[in-house]
Write a protein that binds this ligand. Structure first.
Ligand code: F6P
Length: 316
């Protein structure tokens, strides 16, 4: 079978590992592979390269995606999708593996409705995809955040300040939640745990009375203007405060072993599914077991609120 692979949306450490696993596992089973450059944009523009066993050499430790990625909202237009399908057909390609987040899954679902055999793999640092405990890239980003928090804590303790750290995650607080637990934060603000500014300031006033000398606030992006929050904390509580927005640093870096392992498992599983003629599905990992669900189920369901939220409250 001829299979194409693309990465789309925000890059995530471990995407290369998933590509490598699918290609090497698949070639060993007699399949042929093509890499689509720049995500769906490359699919529409027929920008494909042949992938060989040796093309995967050395990429296991590289962050980002060697196939490049793009956000391409124009893929919602049916004419563009038809072009993509025609391009694949002309090359005799029957299957497509899409590695990305929920935006990429929407494109995958639309293509599968048009008759293409598609399997998706969750690749995003946000960990915001239904039907999988973890997405590829999440643990590497978490590691980056916790390293940054440990550094921030040193200066926060020394200066007796309240440090605010803003992390990525879009609509999902998983990065912030796991970082707060691993980095010992006093406050966690996420879409699932929306603390108000007033609550944080009142609590900090109490901390002062209890002689607590520093605090760390972890906030998911797009909730507060963290610099304004720091200013307000400085004005209204007795703590001086500053804010650090971690930004795109969280998306880079060499994938940690746990990301490499799930990426390898998911990449090879995609080939197993094609071989069983199972497609229009999204791969996930639940309780350490690989699973698959129809893509529309994954897109139309929300992840349950993580029970770890309770623990953050109890240990802060
Ligand atoms: O989905 C991954 C992510 O890094 C989010 O955490 C963030 O909100 C978004 O991508 C940023 O996207 P862009 O690269 O388009 O600025």
């Amino acid at each position: 079978m001829k299979i194409a692979i693309l990465t789309s949306g925000g890059d995530a450490p471990g995407m290369n590992v998933a590509i490598r696993a699918a290609v090497r596992y698949g070639i060993n089973k007699g399949h042929e592979f093509y890499g689509v450059l720049n995500g769906y944009y490359g699919l529409v523009n027929d920008d494909l390269i042949k992938l060989e066993h040796k093309s995967m050499s050395g990429i296991i430790s590289f962050g980002g995606t060697f196939l490049k990625t793009a956000r391409f909202p124009e893929f919602r237009e049916e004419a563009n999708r038809q072009k993509a399908i025609d391009n694949l057909k002309a090359r005799g390609i029957e299957g497509l593996i899409v590695i990305g987040g929920d935006g990429s899954y929407r494109g995958a679902l639309d293509l599968s409705k048009m008759g293409l055999k598609v399997v998706t793999i969750p690749g995003t640092i946000d960990n915001d995809i239904y039907g999988t405990d973890y997405t590829i890239g999440f643990h590497t980003a978490l590691n980056t955040i916790v390293e940054a928090m440990d550094k921030l804590r040193d200066t926060s303790v020394s200066h007796q300040r309240c440090s605010i750290i803003e992390v990525m995650g879009r609509e999902c607080g998983d990065l912030a939640l796991h970082a707060a637990l691993s980095g010992g934060a006093e406050f966690l603000v996420t879409p699932e745990n929306p603390l108000s500014k007033e609550y944080i300031i009142d609590k900090l006033k109490e901390y002062k009375k209890e002689d607590r000398t520093h605090a760390i606030v972890v906030v998911t992006e797009n909730i507060f203007n963290v610099h304004e929050l720091a200013k307000e904390i400085t004005e209204k509580s007795k703590f001086t405060s500053n804010a650090t927005v971690l930004g795109y640093i969280q998306r880079g870096g060499s994938p940690v072993p746990s990301d490499r392992i799930i990426a390898t498992r998911m990449g090879s599983y995609a080939i197993d599914l094609f071989e069983q003629n199972i497609h229009s599905v999204a791969i996930g990992i639940e309780n350490d077991k690989l699973i698959y669900l129809p893509i529309h189920i994954v897109l139309n369901n929300k992840r349950r609120v993580n029970p770890l939220y309770k623990l953050v409250k109890e240990v802060s």
